[in-house]
Ligand binder design. Structure first.
Ligand SMILES: Nc1ncnc2c1ncn2[C@@H]1O[C@H](COP(=O)(O)OP(=O)(O)OP(=O)(O)O)[C@@H](O)[C@H]1O
Ligand SMILES: [Mg+2]
Length: 204
């Protein structure tokens, strides 16, 4: 399973669009894709026509991990299956922003999403995580869960090919990610950082 977090500190640069399009493209090519909406704005959830108000979301899964006496909800129960060919989605809810505040007090607070996703190992070829437009604890959880980060530069950054360790327009985010990893003493995750200025990164 390949896990990719799509992130940038800046809002409105196309993170959600990138996740939705990559999921649809890879799903239609026969990959089993899980798209995780990890943004309290739940734009990806809406993009796939899902109403998060009447179903389990990633917020419920994380909340169940946070409350000591409650049995953790397996992440599989929050999956909405086959929203597009080959594509499953875990919806988000605006309560995710409250969960982020609660996470601050938690032990191993950066590992909640990574631990939740362990239950899905083997069921999908690719997991795409749509991050909020900041480097807060939700994004840190996404990066901790990911093998790769796809950093959308802002629209005014010059286009450049993908796969550079510090693509133009992404260097600020890349530096912050490395610094965050180092400050927290984590193993170097994600292993690869790519910029996505134009086109689609190489397929799996
Ligand atoms: N390659 C593109 N060319 C033109 N418009 C785009 C492109 N990608 C995304 N957009 C448009 O830009 C707007 C913002 O896109 P999107 O919601 O994907 O950004 P985002 O980074 O996820 O935003 P947020 O930070 O609020 O989550 C949308 O209206 C979307 O249709
Ligand atoms: Mg978005």
């Amino acid at each position: 399973m390949r896990t990719i977090a799509v992130c940038t500190q800046k809002g409105g640069v196309g993170k959600t669009t990138t996740v939705a399009n990559l999921a649809a493209a890879w799903g239609s090519r026969g990959q089993r894709v899980l798209a995780v909406d990890f943004d309290p704005q739940f734009a990806l959830t809406r993009r796939f026509g899902i109403d998060p108000s009447d179903r389990l979301t990633i917020a419920d899964v994380l909340e169940s991990q946070l409350i000591r006496d409650r049995t953790a909800i397996p992440i599989g129960k929050a999956i909405v299956r086959d929203v597009a060919p080959g594509v499953d989605v875990i919806p988000a809810h605006r309560r995710l922003s409250d969960i982020e505040i609660t996470l601050v007090q938690a032990v191993k607070r950066e590992t909640f999403l990574r631990r939740a996703l362990r239950g899905e190992t083997g069921n999908h070829d690719i997991v795409l995580i749509d991050c909020p437009p900041n480097l807060g604890l939700l994004t840190v959880n996404a990066l901790s869960a990911a093998d790769e980060a796809l950093v959308r530069p802002s629209a005014n950054a010059a286009p450049r090919a993908t796969s550079s360790p510090s693509p133009r327009g992404c260097s600020g985010s890349a530096t912050k990610l490395s610094a965050t990893n180092a400050a927290c003493g984590w193993p170097a995750r994600p292993r690869r950082i790519a910029g996505a200025c134009s086109g689609v990164p190489s397929g799996p």
